[in-house]
Write a protein that binds this ligand. Structure first.
Ligand code: ATP
Ligand code: MG
Length: 568
């Protein structure tokens, strides 16, 4: 396996691949393919970033190319080392390797400054004394051209002097900017003399207090691509209008010109993919942290039990296009299920236990029954599960008054206990409130292994654990973090937190799991038969495992429709 390309980047249609193929044919970059993934370290990566990561690394690897990891760290105020570290961890976890090509835009601050000086000398940049509000006012509207800044025609000497003094820290924040001299009447706002540098007396996580002027994203990005020899600079559609500026800078400076290519941003129903809003969820305590299993961050879904293989398969299946759309959450969950189905060990766990006493099973006896570890993978083998006189089954697998379409256990009815025997309910025990607290059954010893020699059938098979052998476990069940398909859709005066789902986390403190799960390995993934895929949470302690439900066994349409939402 090539570490930078765990599987071919095939799947949905991909016009970026066509562009690369074309460039290889014409020899535009002498056969080179070199991409980069350029996160801003101002939050944790989310599933949307996974799409970008897979595209950048996957496409390059497909053509024997390279991919850089570059931190776009041009804004000292919002950036933190914690984010840098989490991003490195997450890209690695997804399965990609940038080898020795880890870069920071801040590595280029001096070069970017020198190029800005050159642009001033060429008469293509000037120091402007307008305040940020004035700059906005002067910029005009889509309907009317902007007004030139009164400082637009400063002499080169004066600009050089003022820019040097900006750098030397002579002026307070917000009092001056360096702007590119392009066209105040351009239909594209990005070309109306965009700001290249602003004054910010702020410490940077890497350059400390060396700088008090910082380049804007647009000024830093293309030049960083150029320095690194990037061929295809892939980004999301909102940067389409910035491309003329990207092109203008590299042309005006006169350096190697990479090609910016835009693709559609990933959006998923019931999910917010915005670092700023995710930060708010963390800061305001709506979730337990960036790695809360309900979060769409890579750390969150990793803890939830999603696999990198499933995410990559999902990302490839999306393809790329030139219009933004929205992808059903069910599609992501299906990708996770398909992957886990192949590898998750099957086990039995009872979330809401109901005690079952087998009246005709000898007191004090127990036996070990064979259970299949994974029907999808014969190599996974079998294991022994203990059976005894007192068992637990799910409360919902018994009804005293079963409705017509209910085929599980009920008084007088016989069902199969998975891997064990046929049992028949003979009586129930109730508490003072009239609730069933215990049921009594008889078992048929001739049905060991789950089949009757006389050929009689039962309509259902239910899971169980042996009371005396079972381990206690905490189980956390998750629902979507938001109740609305579009979490951003709110009444006037509300914000997206109004759509938070109060039932997104359900903690089951007293579940029972088969004894082999008392101390499960970190990172263990299981299918709890009939209940879904689960993984071991790091909150587990010896003898007290905690499991997260990664995904239910079937998709959630039934539930979503019940909420009155329309299915697309
Ligand atoms: P956010 O809006 O969540 O803060 P961002 O675009 O500001 O995201 P960056 O750190 O600048 O985040 O993004 C790094 C790369 O990931 C960029 O190339 C960006 O286009 C891409 N990216 C970000 N969000 C998505 C998404 N939802 N789908 C696809 N690519 C994305
Ligand atoms: Mg950004």
């Amino acid at each position: 396996m090539n570490p930078t390309n765990p599987e071919p980047s095939s799947g949905g249609s991909n016009f970026i691949r066509d562009i690369i193929l074309d460039d290889l044919q014409t020899g535009k970059y002498q056969g080179r393919v070199h991409t980069r993934f350029p996160p801003e370290p101002n939050g944790y990566l989310h599933i949307g970033h996974a799409k970008s990561i897979c595209l950048n690394f996957g496409l390059a690897a497909e053509f024997g190319g390279k991919t850089n990891l570059r931190f776009d760290d041009t804004n000292p105020c919002k950036e933190e080392v914690e984010y840098v570290e989490s991003i490195i961890r997450d890209v690695r976890w997804l399965g990609f390797d940038w080898e020795d090509r880890l870069f920071y835009a801040s590595d280029y601050f001096q070069q970017l400054y020198d190029w800005a000086v050159e642009l001033i000398k060429k008469g293509k940049a000037y120091v402007c004394d307008l305040t940020p509000e004035e700059i906005r006012e002067y910029r005009g509207t889509p309907a009317e051209p902007g007004k030139p800044s009164p400082w637009r025609d400063r002499s080169v000497e004066e600009n050089l002097d003022l820019f040097a003094r900006m750098k030397a820290g002579e002026f307070p924040d917000g009092t001056r900017t360096l702007r590119a001299k392009i066209d105040m009447a351009a239909p594209n706002f990005n070309l109306r003399d965009p700001i290249m540098y602003r004054i910010l007396h702020a410490s940077h996580h890497r350059t400390g207090d060396e700088w008090c002027i910082y380049p804007m994203y647009d000024y830093a990005h293309g030049q960083s691509d150029s320095i690194e020899g990037i061929t295809h600079s892939i980004c999301t559609l909102e940067f389409e209008d910035h491309r003329p500026l990207y092109d203008w800078y590299v042309e005006a400076i006169g350096i190697y010109h990479p090609q910016q290519i835009e693709f559609d941003r990933l959006s998923i129903t019931y999910t917010l993919l915005s670092k700023r809003k995710l930060l708010q969820l963390v800061q305001d305590g709506h979730v337990r942290g960036w790695d809360d299993p309900r979060m769409p961050t890579l750390s969150g879904i990793r803890r939830r039990g999603y696999t990198p293989e499933a995410l990559r398969a999902f990302a490839w299946s999306l393809g790329v296009s030139k219009t933004n759309g929205i992808v059903e959450l069910a599609r992501l969950e299906q990708a996770v299920r398909e992957d886990l189905n192949k590898r998750a060990l099957r086990v039995m766990a009872v979330l809401r236990p109901l005690k079952v006493v087998i009246d005709n099973y000898p007191e004090g006896q127990s036996e070990e029954l064979d259970a299949v570890n994974n029907p999808e993978d014969p190599a996974a083998g079998t294991r022994k599960v203990p059976f005894s006189k007192v068992l637990y089954i799910e409360q919902e697998d018994f009804r005293e008054d079963p409705p017509k379409d209910y085929f599980r256990l009920a008084p007088g009815r016989e069902v199969r206990l998975r891997y064990a025997y046929f049992v028949k309910c003979v009586s129930v025990v109730k508490n003072d409130a009239g609730e069933v607290t215990e049921i009594h059954c008889t078992y048929d010893p001739a049905t060991k292994g789950g089949n009757a020699p006389d050929g009689r059938k039962v309509k259902s098979t239910i899971h169980w654990v042996s009371a005396e052998h079972a381990a206690d476990a905490e189980v956390r069940l998750y629902d979507t973090l938001f109740t609305k398909e579009d979490p951003g859709e709110v009444e006037p005066g509300q914000n997206f937190t109004a759509n938070l789902n109060p039932a997104s986390l359900e903690v089951i403190a007293a579940a029972k799991v088969e004894p082999g799960l008392a101390d499960p390995p970190e990172g263990g993934r299981y299918q709890f038969e009939r209940l879904g895929y689960f993984c071991v949470d790091p909150d587990s302690t010896p003898g007290r495992p905690v499991f997260n439900r990664t995904v239910a066994l079937k998709d959630t349409w039934a539930k979503i429709e019940k909420r009155g939402q329309k299915k697309k």
